[in-house]
Write a protein that binds this ligand. Structure first.
Ligand code: AMP
Ligand code: MG
Length: 490
């Protein structure tokens, strides 16, 4: 990645590059954010700001609020809307940033590059019938959950700010409008490759692939495109394994919502499982359970197959051979995923070494959890204590049987109880964004302009392994609470 020698950080620390807009013009359109009436910062991420090299003191001054709605552009910003296509619930369609604008790429003091994108800042050339706007609730939701995911150690886009606009937007009802400032390693999606492929522009395809590789897989500079594809696949396998470990359901794993850098992107109808059931679906529009909890690895592979299709001309000069190579690679996905997943499940159970029967041991626990409709996060936190190593923490005979085998398994490694518990505590978060707490916090903010519950929840979910966290954030919802449903944040 060439860095403009002419660029020096400004007083606030803005140091934007525009490498994406030096790619073939098929990949983007120029776009300008629409100015809003009254930009006002609702939430700001000081720690993230600092790590980007941006001065939080300056950026939080009232006259700077317009930066986070697009009223003011940072120096050197070159706003664009990125083009992409995607399979939405299995159906191919052309999309593009219809309500998001990339301001540029912030070059950080430690030489990293992050997209700075405004989401909900007005119409773009890709808006089709949409208004390009976003409501406060969904933007706060994305802020909260993306920051929780980051704290859980899961690759994700981040959230720098949510600014209200002082204008209402129209959905089924009138809602307060807001803009999210999203920070991502990049916004290159499976759908970006699909867009170029659909336009049959081989030069653009090569340019996009080379760019993606330089930006996200610099170690593969000399590798083949097949190796590049393998590396993308590995990152996705690892990402989905990490989702499953914390009970995360993305909810809308369309190919346009899968980022090649390997970060979780697009927090629409996502939510965390409470009572464990692998078939859990929260999204109101996912009627067939396509994006159910346990279906996520299968869907990731399906999405990667769409990526492979788009990359066919890059894999081999002979089309037939290219397809064979792609299939061979894809056939390895399940194995790669399974290995990462099992290793992480071992960590959740305090297992350091590998034994052939580990998978069966893990599966038995999950089966018991499902049959008992027990809280996913709570079960693993309960297991992560010295007392639970010795005595079954749950009274059911099935659990007692499993516990005896687990206890036995833990003796077949050299680590002692303290080391086991330390491993478990670092693999099993106590606090996840509980659905009922998220709703409570968003309601207070959107209906009563009371951000205190949001800030309290944010502070708890960004310290997920903290043993002193308040019980209200670790307690599952009452067992008789109605089935939780999420809606797309459009
Ligand atoms: P999403 O479900 O957020 O991944 O969005 C799918 C597509 O619809 C993307 O191309 C978005 O940019 C576009 N989109 C979503 N909401 C709006 C909106 N309010 N106005 C214009 N485009 C939108
Ligand atoms: Mg999307």
């Amino acid at each position: 990645m060439t860095i403009h020698p002419s660029q020096f950080p400004t007083t606030a620390g803005w140091n934007l590059d525009d490498s994406y807009s030096r790619l073939p013009s098929l990949l983007f359109r120029e776009a300008r954010p629409t100015a809003v009436k009254h930009p006002s910062l609702a939430v700001f991420n000081e720690a993230l700001s600092r790590s980007l090299g941006l001065d939080p003191e300056i950026l939080q001054q009232p006259d700077q609020a317009g930066l986070f709605t697009g009223n003011i552009l940072p120096p050197s910003a070159k706003p664009i809307a990125q083009a992409y296509a995607g399979h939405q619930f299995g159906h191919f369609t052309t999309l593009g940033d219809g309500r998001a604008i990339l301001l540029g790429e912030q070059l950080t003091p430690d030489n990293q590059r992050f997209d700075i994108q405004l989401k909900g800042c007005g119409r773009t050339p890709f808006s089709r019938g949409g208004d390009g706007l976003a409501a406060l609730g969904p933007m706060l939701r994305e802020y909260l959950i993306s920051e929780a995911m980051h704290a859980l150690g899961i690759p994700t886009t981040r959230s720098l700010a949510v600014s209200t606009t002082g204008e209402n937007i129209f959905r089924n009802e009138e809602l307060p409008g807001a803009v999210l400032t999203r920070v991502a390693s990049s916004h290159i999606r499976v759908g970006t490759f699909q867009w170029v492929s659909a336009h049959q522009d081989q030069a653009a395809l090569r340019a996009l692939a080379d760019y993606t590789r330089r930006r996200h897989f610099p170690d593969l500079a000399e590798a083949t495109n097949l190796e590049f594809f393998h590396a993308i696949m590995k990152r996705q396998a690892s990402l989905i394994a990490q989702w499953l470990q914390v009970g995360f359901i993305h909810g809308v794993m369309n190919t346009d919502n899968m980022a090649l850098c390997g970060e979780t992107i697009d927090y629409g109808p996502c939510a965390f499982v409470d009572r464990y059931d692998p078939d859990t679906v929260f999204s109101s529009i996912d009627r067939d359970g396509r994006y159910a909890y346990a279906n996520q690895p299968t869907i990731a592979r399906w999405n990667l197959a769409r990526l492979a299709e788009a990359m066919i001309p890059l894999l081999h000069t002979d089309g037939k051979q290219a397809v064979e190579l792609a299939n061979e690679a894809l056939n390895q996905f399940q194995g790669i995923f399974q290995n990462v997943w099992l290793d992480r499940m071992r960590a959740k159970l305090g297992i350091f070494n590998k034994e052939a029967d580990d998978l069966a041991l893990v599966q038995r626990l999950l089966d018991w959890m499902q049959a008992s409709k027990i809280d996913f996060t709570g079960t693993f936190t309960t297991l992560s204590s010295i007392a639970s190593l010795d005595h079954p923490a749950f009274p059911e005979p099935t659990f007692a049987g499993w516990h005896a085998d687990w206890k036995n398994r833990l003796t077949r490694q050299s680590e002692d109880s303290l080391e086991i518990i330390r491993k478990m505590k670092s693999a099993n978060p106590r606090v996840i964004p509980r659905n009922h707490k998220v709703e409570e916090a968003l309601n207070a903010a959107t209906l009563h302009s009371d951000f205190a519950p949001f800030q309290k929840l944010l502070s708890a979910v960004t310290r997920p392994f903290d043993e002193t966290s308040d019980e209200t954030f670790t307690t599952p919802p009452p067992t008789d609470s109605p089935r939780y449903q999420t809606f797309c944040g459009t």
